[in-house]
Ligand binder design. Structure first.
Ligand code: NAD
Ligand code: TYD
Length: 350
């Protein structure tokens, strides 16, 4: 294990879970968490680690080359999670995505090369592969699938993947790329579908289901993702890409009905709204390479139990999401949903 690990974006959803995971499972590792605290970063998530001598929080922007160079001194490895991460926001304004996801990643790579960091793990997404068809259920993304990003978010992540590849090839940086499917679990910002729908239902509000609701996502519990990142950090092959998934494809309509069932609500809580622009139809991950090479398998994503315990976390932590939903996030939320046309409901048996 690496003695000093720099994690970027540690105050976001996956970052919070990953920082906790490392502190729990690698007690001798010193974690430095660099986060600018954008709208989705929340320093309170890790407030209980404040007095932990092996945890340091640094409030900084990954685009700040001078800060990144200084911070990288003495760091043995980097896990890079910081990003603009929400597809709908990337449709409203692409520029922050290019800045953080592309320029920010390059800034970190430059600093890591200069400091001779021993390993750099770039946390990417299955969305760089584009979309699969519902008619070919046998197809899944594998590491050699073509990179065909469709949303500005996915395009910015694909660009960052290429920069990581180039830093490995040209400057010899020991780098790995992970591409994971949709995560769920505690601390997810309530603009993503699961926490948005759960918290809306807890507030007695309807949930905005895009289009016909038949788009498919491949769901993995964030703890499984964290274990996979750690496996890649410690045992991954330099220059390799690893897909991460839990073989758990669900249509949005199925997901929504399961959430309604868990919370004792009926279909009248579904509001069918206009589809997302360029909405990818289906994601499905083949993660046999990481299973074969690094002996990693998802163990905590069993459906619907893992979803049930996630819903329970939001039920128990109402203060956490109520604070967020009453703040600046409201402005974005209102812009996206208030005037969104209502769509024709899908057939009951769809
Ligand atoms: P998130 O939006 O919850 O967290 C992102 C974090 O990055 C926040 O804490 C934010 O403050 C920080 N950040 C943003 N810009 C920054 C900057 N310029 N400098 C420093 N920090 C900055 O996102 P998440 O869902 O936790 O995703 C984390 C990573 O995992 C992203 O790279 C994302 O592309 C990838 N990923 C996410 C999923 C998913 O389902 N959530 C799936 C696969 C991959
Ligand atoms: P999201 O959580 O934004 O993740 P991603 O776009 O990265 O997959 O959305 C997951 C799915 O849920 C996606 O198919 C879009 C859909 N969705 C809705 O139907 N309504 C919503 O309000 C949101 C946010 C998403």
């Amino acid at each position: 294990m690496f003695a000093k690990l720099l994690i970027t974006g540690g105050c976001g959803f996956i970052g919070t879970n990953f920082v906790r995971h490392v502190r729990r499972s690698r007690p001798h590792t010193h974690v430095v968490n660099v986060d600018v605290l954008s709208y989705s970063g929340n320093a309170d998530n890790l407030a209980d680690l404040r007095d932990d001598p092996r945890y340091t929080f640094v409030h900084a922007d990954i685009c700040d080359a001078e800060r990144m160079r200084a911070l990288m001194t003495g760091v043995h490895a980097v896990v890079h999670l910081a990003a603009e991460s929400h597809v709908d926001r990337s449709i409203l304004d692409t520029r922050p995505f290019i800045r953080t996801n592309v320029l920010g990643t390059q800034t970190l790579l430059d600093a890591a090369v200069a400091a001779r960091v021993r390993r750099f793990v770039h946390v990417s997404t299955d969305e760089v592969y584009g979309s699969l068809s519902l008619d070919r259920p046998e197809l899944r993304f594998h590491e050699d699938s073509p990179i065909r990003p469709n949303s500005p978010y996915a395009a910015s992540k694909a660009a960052s993947d290429m920069l990581v590849r180039a830093a490995h090839h040209t400057f010899g940086l020991d780098a790995c790329i992970t591409r994971c499917s949709n995560n769920f679990g505690p601390y997810q910002f309530p603009e993503k579908v699961i926490p948005l729908f759960v918290t809306n239902l807890l507030e007695g509000k309807q949930v905005p289901l895009y289009g016909d609701g038949l788009n498919v996502r491949d769901w993995i519990h964030v703890e499984d993702h964290c274990e996979a990142i750690l496996a890649v950090l410690e045992r991954g092959k330099a220059g390799a890409v690893y897909n991460i998934g839990a073989d758990n494809e669900r249509s949005n309509l199925e997901l929504t009905r399961t959430l309604l069932h868990i919370l004792g609500k009926g279909d009248e809580f579904i509001r069918h709204v206009e589809d997302r622009l360029g909405h990818d139809r289906r994601y499905a991950i083949d993660s046999s390479k990481i299973a074969r090479e690094l002996d990693w398998r998802a163990t905590r994503s069993a459906w619907p139990d893992a979803l049930f315990s996630t819903v329970n976390w939001y039920v128990k932590n109402t203060d956490w999401w109520r604070r967020i939903k009453s703040g600046a996030y409201r402005e974005f939320h209102d812009k996206l949903y208030e005037n969104r046309p209502v769509a024709t409901p899908v057939r009951a048996n769809a």
